[in-house]
Design a protein around this ligand. Sequence first.
Ligand SMILES: *[C@@H]1O[C@H](CO)[C@@H](O)[C@H](O)[C@H]1NC(C)=O
Ligand SMILES: *[C@@H]1O[C@H](CO)[C@@H](O)[C@H](O)[C@H]1NC(C)=O
Ligand SMILES: *[C@@H]1O[C@H](CO)[C@@H](O)[C@H](O)[C@H]1NC(C)=O
Ligand SMILES: *[C@@H]1O[C@H](CO)[C@@H](O)[C@H](O)[C@H]1NC(C)=O
Length: 311
Amino acid sequence: CSPSAYECFTINCVTFPSPACMPEQQLLKPSEWSYCDYFWADKKDPQGNGCITGFEVLLQKQLKGKQMQKEMAEFIRERIKIEEEYAKNLSKLSQIPLASQEEGTLGEAWAQLKKSLADEAEVHLKFSSKLQSEVEKPFLTFRENFKKDMKRLDHHIADLRKQMVGRYAAVEKARKALSDRQKELELKTQQLEIKLSNKIEEDIKKARRKSTQAGDDLMRCVDLYNQSQSKWFEEMVTTSLELERLEVERVEMIRQHLCQYTTLRHETDMFNQSTMEPVDQLLQCVDPTKDRETWVRENKTGEIRPVDIEI
Ligand SMILES: *[C@@H]1O[C@H](CO)[C@@H](O)[C@H](O)[C@H]1NC(C)=O
Ligand SMILES: *[C@@H]1O[C@H](CO)[C@@H](O)[C@H](O)[C@H]1NC(C)=O
Ligand SMILES: *[C@@H]1O[C@H](CO)[C@@H](O)[C@H](O)[C@H]1NC(C)=O
Ligand SMILES: *[C@@H]1O[C@H](CO)[C@@H](O)[C@H](O)[C@H]1NC(C)=O
């Protein structure tokens, strides 16, 4: 099944094999779901009249990916703000002097509990600052000139498509010209059958020459079109593989930093718990009897008991 004018069809100036030839085509990267295998046709623009090319579908995916990453950074920023505010509130509360005069072992436990709020605040602050440096910031560092690069690729591929359109139009024109020349030759041949004449024989020679010329022209136009399409094809493959690589990188990068988020969050829980340990220890040492003893020792007013009057 060799592609010829009858075994191919052309959509938007891209030439595809007709279904009869399909079994011959194999994916460039079988079983990889590679970008380079699935975006050859144009697609109806979902929100309107025109068409978008397969390549534009890929570019839109890239731009959306960049936007999603930016929005994730924004989300993490909000998460950071909550931690900071929470830490501020805890730290403020730990400094309020309520019940600061409680005494004895109970007083110590109470003081430690208040201090634990400051420790907890510290934990939350550390969490928020690590979120900032280890999650938010990496999300915000995009590869430089990303949008410009995408635009450049877009123009590059679009220019190649434009060239194909021009050369396809030339093919059509040459095809029409050839068909006209052939008709002319046929006409002359018929005339000659009716009436032999030197003039007509001359005309036939001329028409045959013109027809051959038109055939050569068509071949030349097809050749140029083929070259153009083949260049477009190559650029599509290399560029879509490049976009594919960038997307794998993006997903992997985001995954890694979200893992970092969960790690930091787990750590926060652990530190958070550790701020409670000294409080728990002191609470176990709270001893009302001992507290009474201490307090009595310090505040006693006299141990000689009164007695009855004796006369
Ligand atoms: C911090 O305290 C303020 C009021 O003092 C309150 O409106 C806010 O919700 C608190 N924030 C957090 C995260 O606990
Ligand atoms: C155009 O390309 C086809 C397929 O590669 C090839 O068979 C044909 O000879 C080419 N035609 C010209 C005129 O180059
Ligand atoms: C830290 O522990 C306190 C209770 O001690 C809890 O209310 C708070 O939600 C915990 N914070 C985190 C981030 O685990
Ligand atoms: C009890 O004794 C302590 C230590 O001498 C003292 O600071 C405190 O004011 C006393 N309490 C009263 C009610 O006098």
